[in-house]
Design a protein around this ligand. Structure first.
Ligand SMILES: *Cc1c(COP(=O)(O)O)cnc(C)c1O
Length: 379
């Protein structure tokens, strides 16, 4: 069946008790048992919840996985995936991941004996060179935030298999509508559902989708043992979000392409980072492994002063962190999302003081172009 059909019906059955078409919010902490050891598969709400189970099944189908588990945030999901490992294990990680992922790996998990090497995973030779005897996981984000660098997932999967490591892909930026890492050879997909999957800037959550049954068993165990579960209400919001994922992503992509083309032509813009532009160094790879380019765009204005004029000059684009919602957002990576990255490292990654990032929403694109035109006119 097609993506939109699966998004609406995948994992969704009318409520057995009432035939309500929408999965109810099962806001309960426990379930009454008929007798000793006799129950309907639900004992305690950290362990099982029907609303959460419906959301997990839905996203699992969209990503083409074996099982999926929902968490209270993207970070909780990523933390749980890393708990598949043990002290002494080595992880190769993209050097330009989401800032919170870097913080978790470097400043929390290293203290528990996991070892990390951060490399530019768009360079598979560098990944191969970082492999050690103890390498158990390769952790990749593609495209990266905010400079939209891609990692060839098929090639990364080959390297990972050779090293007998697990390939984990953070698919938050593309969503399963535009990129299916499991089909390209990845073993695990993680999401911040806070972004495109929920899509309405009103919930924080995370999801882990597994290809292998052994990993699924262990993540299910960890979800219950550690307990960072997605709440029934957030699960319900997520389900409401994924129903329109296809429609939203098509419009995000349509608007994204128009805005990128507008920025590329504007004399006040020095450089545009968007995988859908022919000038993107990995345009061919983008077309090969993604079925669209999404709506995350960064552009270089030349200096902090010029960036500030743009950032404080838009009306429709709101100055805020986060991304993937219906409303357009504008942000300044150097002082917002990447403020904790040392300046030198930041500049090496291309995150200059003049860089501006957009999450293009679903407003009429002519209005968004007009808004940017006015703001850029202030430079
Ligand atoms: C936001 C984000 C995360 C973290 O998710 P939270 O829901 O904020 O915990 C992880 N990876 C990427 C790519 C993100 O954009």
């Amino acid at each position: 069946m097609g993506f939109d059909t699966e998004a609406i019906h995948g994992g969704q059955i009318p409520d057995p008790a009432t035939s309500a078409i929408i999965t109810p919010i099962f806001q309960t902490s426990t379930y009454v048992q008929e007798g000793l050891g006799k129950h309907k598969g639900y004992e305690y709400a950290r362990t099982q919840n029907p609303t959460r189970a419906a959301a997990e099944k839905n996203v699992c189908i969209l990503e083409g996985g074996t099982a999926a588990y929902a968490f209270s945030s993207g970070m909780a999901a990523i933390d749980t995936v890393l708990k598949l490992l043990k002290a002494g294990d080595h992880v190769i990680c993209s050097d330009n991941t989401y800032g919170g992922t870097f913080r978790l790996f470097r400043f929390v998990l290293e203290r528990f004996g996991l070892q990390f090497t951060f490399v530019d995973t768009s360079n598979l030779t560098a990944v191969q060179a970082a492999v050690r005897e103890t390498t158990r996981m390769i952790y990749v984000e593609t495209p990266t935030n905010p400079v939209m660098s891609l990692t060839d997932l098929r090639a990364a999967a080959k390297t990972s298999r050779r090293a007998k490591a697990t390939l984990v892909v953070d698919n938050t930026f593309m969503s399963p509508y535009f990129q299916r890492p499991l089909a390209l050879g990845a073993d695990i997909v993680v999401h911040s559902t806070t972004k495109f999957l929920n899509g309405h800037s009103d919930s924080v959550g995370g999801m882990v989708v597994l290809k292998h049954a052994e990993d699924a068993e262990r993540v299910k165990f960890l979800q219950n043992a550690v307990g960072a579960i997605l709440s029934p209400f957030d699960s319900w919001l997520l389900l409401r979000g994924t129903k329109t994922l296809g429609v939203r992503m098509r419009q995000h992509d349509f608007n994204g392409r128009k805005i990128a083309a507008f920025l590329a032509r504007h004399p006040g813009v020095k450089k545009v980072y968007y995988p859908g532009l022919k000038t993107h160094p990995q345009f061919a790879l983008a077309k090969r492994q993604m079925s669209g380019f999404g709506s995350m765009i960064s552009f270089e204005t030349g200096s902090l002063g010029r960036a500030r004029k743009v950032l404080e000059g838009t009306k429709l684009f709101s100055l805020a962190e986060s991304l993937g919602g219906v409303e357009s957002l504008i942000s300044h990576p150097a002082t917002m999302t990447h403020a904790s990255v040392p300046r030198e490292e930041r500049l090496r990654l291309g995150i200059s003081d003049g860089l501006v990032r957009l999450s293009v929403g679903l407003e009429n694109v002519e209005d968004l172009v007009e808004d940017l035109k006015t703001a850029l006119g202030r430079i």
